[in-house]
Design a protein around this ligand. Sequence first.
Ligand code: ZN
Length: 68
Amino acid sequence: MPAAKKLIVRIVSGDSRTCPLCDESLEGFEESCNHLLQVHKLKYLHIGQETEDANRGLQNTVGIFGRV
Ligand SMILES: [Zn+2]
């Protein structure tokens, strides 16, 4: 195993569902979170809401995962 280097992954609920690390396609935000946690052993750093379009009231869920 190479030495773990710092890595931060940000996923957004509205994004297309492809893992940024291994290109596996993922169904939905929850599966994406589980995939990062279980397959890539990342730690959950933050989950929150982000406004995509304030005029239309669109909100995305944002998850930040990382290995530091
Ligand atoms: Zn992956």
